[in-house]
Ligand binder design. Sequence first.
Ligand SMILES: NC(=O)c1ccc[n+]([C@@H]2O[C@H](COP(=O)([O-])OP(=O)(O)OC[C@H]3O[C@@H](n4cnc5c(N)ncnc54)[C@H](O)[C@@H]3O)[C@@H](O)[C@H]2O)c1
Length: 403
Amino acid sequence: MSGQKIKVGIIGAGSRGILSFGKTISTRDDAQVVALCDPNQVRMEFAAKDLGLKLNFYNSVKAMISTEKLDAVVITSPDFCHESNAVEALNNGVNVLVDKPLSTTVKGCQNIIGAAEKAGKTIMMGFNLRHHAVLKKLKKIISNGVLGRVFLIENREFYDGGRTYMSRWNRLYSKGGGLWIHKGSHDFDIFNWLLDFPKPVKVSAFAGVDVFKPQHIPFAVKAGVPVGPTCHQCSYSGICPDIYKIDDIQNTPWGDRAVAVDGYSKDLCMYTSDKDTHDNGIAMVEYENGVKASHLECFVTSMSDRLYTVIGDLGQAEISLGNRIITIRPRWSQETITHFIPEVLGGHGGADPMLIDSFFKVLKGEEKNTSTTEHGMWSTAIGQAAEISRREERTVKVAELFL
Ligand SMILES: NC(=O)c1ccc[n+]([C@@H]2O[C@H](COP(=O)([O-])OP(=O)(O)OC[C@H]3O[C@@H](n4cnc5c(N)ncnc54)[C@H](O)[C@@H]3O)[C@@H](O)[C@H]2O)c1
């Protein structure tokens, strides 16, 4: 790879594949996107135009890899097909950067781990939050012993873009494994990472759809004039406070021409869509070393932020990713120490470009891969256990998933 640009194919030419990875890779001197793989030709055409590149299009990973002689693929297809896409790439000798979650089941993760071992190739997890400047600082504070022995973590995620989980493929358990995996796996990985990877032992979770249901539509629906099915087709788009407005939708990868190929609309009415996930919930984890952690996620808010409280026997730290603040309260003291973390440019608070940089450094042998498939498996395991817990209304022992 030395001296030559790293040749990359993107599997899943949607929002994340193009707007986050494609665009960032295109700004680099050491790598280039050469091909796209997506079942939807229309979306690939939009993607290539968006990137301003002449790219080859494929409908199958195998065909792309055998034709293009790629060094790496980036997997940004829906979660349920991460496993098949990653295994195919690894079996054909290509390095992989796979967005979270590694897979929607522990079994799927194990299959990927097996394929990677056999292939002897690099596969790195797209855990971008680990590259967020605020969380990197928090990790350093914990590692330096400022908080002492950590025994409790609390985290809340508020996301005002609730529609993205009610209107798209990720509203369905069959496609995303449920939101504890699709969304929560980010934070479960942060717990694991901050704690230096103790094994999670028990998980309990409660979750439901409490707001985005037909009976809670926030305006009067006239007889004979139904809402939806999509925002851009809806008779109430002028008065709905939750309208998902995509400017000039027909000129985007989400217009009728792309929908005609695969039926995938991005702006289904989030009140009436056929979702089987949750719009809010709480999950709790207990680790083998006794540390307890809780994760709340709520997609019915007017603000977006990720908040963490980490408590040790020498003090506690409170973090807001959105406000880029870490407040430390040493135990036995009224003192507070506040760190303001400067803004970093790039997607997800600057975390996306750092993640991509790290992947290429790993491929060039300049850095060790510290976001491994094992880590991907443990965050999926917590998410899968949380999903089972809320469905079966019981505490789930994580070991059950490995039987
Ligand atoms: N790390 C993060 O912060 C973050 C944020 C958002 C999404 N994601 C992850 O990124 C991935 C993509 O999410 P998105 O929001 O970009 O979705 P998207 O719907 O915008 O894009 C998905 C694309 O994959 C294509 N696709 C469908 N089946 C496929 C298959 N079998 N093989 C290849 N491509 C296929 C679709 O046609 C679509 O173009 C998901 O795994 C999601 O969990 C991560």
